[in-house]
Design a protein. Structure first.
Length: 221
């Protein structure tokens, strides 16, 4: 009788442990049930960093950044078109701030008033460049030392997209920071959305607004 009781207890414990293991494999450790599971927890993608709450919308005709796409802005973040300098001003400033790796910056979203950083949208100078090709050229177009590049194909709102992350070591300060960029094709243009960590901004300052914008991409037409 005693042996039967022990066997029943052991069987119950075994079933409980197996059920618990099955439940754990359905979600990452620390992920509450019912929530979306991150694709890649931790470095380098940090998909566990959730998108910010939406505020205004940018892109499209009649907005500060006329683009062939629209995207949601995090609350408190403000979009403005970037004017590329020309003439003497271009000679004085150079193209380091507005051109990089075959792209020209078209829009800047400022989140400093909300404790964030900057989100920038670049357009390739040549039409219909493949997203990965555009990203490779963009990352290579910096004067910093680049390492740890990783690429992945993702879905960005209404678009198939390619995303890259990399580490940049400043040639001036020797400081290391991580950057993320995502490229899509829309209406014959290739657009690159970028954010970077910095001396005063961390990934939790920039990634939520970047995730919101890229996951909410839609055709402007």
């Amino acid at each position: 009788m005693e042996l039967r009781t022990r066997a029943a207890v052991l069987a119950a414990l075994t079933i409980g442990l197996l059920a618990g293991c099955a439940e754990d494999t359905d979600r990452p450790a620390g992920q509450a049930t019912g929530g979306p599971a991150p694709q890649a927890t931790g470095e380098p993608w940090y998909d566990e960093v959730a998108a910010e709450a939406p505020g205004d919308t940018a892109g499209g005709a009649g907005t500060p950044c006329p683009l062939p796409v629209t995207f949601p802005l995090a609350k408190g973040w403000k979009a403005k078109a970037v004017k590329v300098p020309d003439g003497e001003l271009a000679e004085l400033l150079g193209e380091a701030l507005t051109k990089r790796g075959g792209t020209t910056v078209r829009c800047e979203v400022d989140g400093r008033s909300s404790g964030g950083g900057f989100l920038r949208v670049w357009a390739t100078d040549q039409p219909a460049v493949a997203p990965r090709t555009a990203l490779e050229a963009f990352v290579a177009g910096t004067e910093d030392k680049i390492s740890g590049q990783q690429f992945r194909d993702v879905r960005a709102g209404a678009f198939d997209a390619t995303e890259v992350t990399w580490l940049a070591t400043s040639t001036l300060t020797d400081e290391e920071s991580r950057g993320w960029a995502l490229a899509v094709q829309a209406e014959g243009q290739t657009l690159v959305f970028t954010v970077n960590e910095g001396l005063i901004t961390e990934r939790t300052d920039v990634l939520p607004a970047y995730r919101l914008a890229t996951r909410g991409l839609a055709n402007a037409g």
